[in-house]
Design a protein around this ligand. Structure first.
Ligand code: ZN
Length: 235
């Protein structure tokens, strides 16, 4: 099976050499040039986090310059946060700039949303995007999940998931991530597969299909075989 981490803020040194998974590393616009040289095998998402939306004109202008780089496969993380960061008056226009770039360049959006679901849905309705929007670190309750599925969102699972919501998410909308956690991507896959009552191999095939469709340029990692790894440990 192939493993993909579609949203992470750090690639641990040993992970960078780990040929068994491919990452989308989230970087700030001004970090991109250095990161691009440091991580040859992985791709990037680039954007301005809603917490730092205030006074972000320079970063936004630079983002617009670099976002067409083929190593940048997604715009974000961007979005809305009710608990942290500046007011929506600041966050929403910055979010909309990302949406505009995403649509112009044909690249998906990695969405950060904390307790701002009504506003998020409102912005989606208003902008009517053609590109996929993937809500990262998703752990919403079933009612919210059904609403977001109806609106056409996609979902990325991290270490903290809502087991009861998993059954309401269409298979073609599922991704996995480590975000800021030190959890191994293998364990993220295992946890999500268990919540869906699926073999990890079957679940990984579903995610692989989604990644190849939504992020076709992401490098395919070497197939990972948990059995072979266990046997090696037993030797
Ligand atoms: Zn993140």
């Amino acid at each position: 099976m192939e493993l993909y981490d579609i949203h992470t803020h750090q690639i641990f040194l040993e992970d960078n050499d780990d040929p068994y998974h491919s990452c989308i590393l989230d970087v700030y616009p001004l970090e991109f040039e250095v990161a691009k040289e440091s991580y040859q095998r992985h791709c990037f998402s680039c954007g301005i986090h809603p917490w730092y939306a205030e006074d972000s004109e320079n970063q936004l202008a630079y983002l617009a310059e670099i976002a067409s780089d083929p190593r940048i496969v997604a715009i974000g993380e961007t979005g809305l946060d009710k608990l942290k960061g500046p007011s929506y008056d600041v966050q929403i226009p910055v979010f909309k700039k990302h949406i505009e770039l995403s649509e112009n360049l044909g690249k998906p959006v990695i969405v950060h949303c904390v307790k701002a679901w009504d506003e998020l849905i409102r912005v989606r309705k208003e902008t009517n995007p053609s590109q996929p929007w993937i809500i990262h670190g998703y752990r919403g309750k079933p009612e919210l999940t059904k609403r977001l599925v109806k609106e056409g969102f996609m979902f990325s699972f991290g270490d903290d998931i809502n087991v009861d919501s998993m059954q309401f998410i269409p298979q073609e909308s599922m991704f996995c991530e480590t975000d800021e956690d030190e959890m191994d991507i293998r364990d993220v896959y295992l946890q999500a597969a268990q919540a869906l009552d699926m073999e990890i191999k079957v679940f990984a095939e579903i995610v692989t299909k989604n990644v190849r469709r939504v992020f076709p340029s992401l490098e395919h990692p070497l197939p990972y075989d948990p059995k072979a790894e266990n046997e090696k440990d037993d030797e």
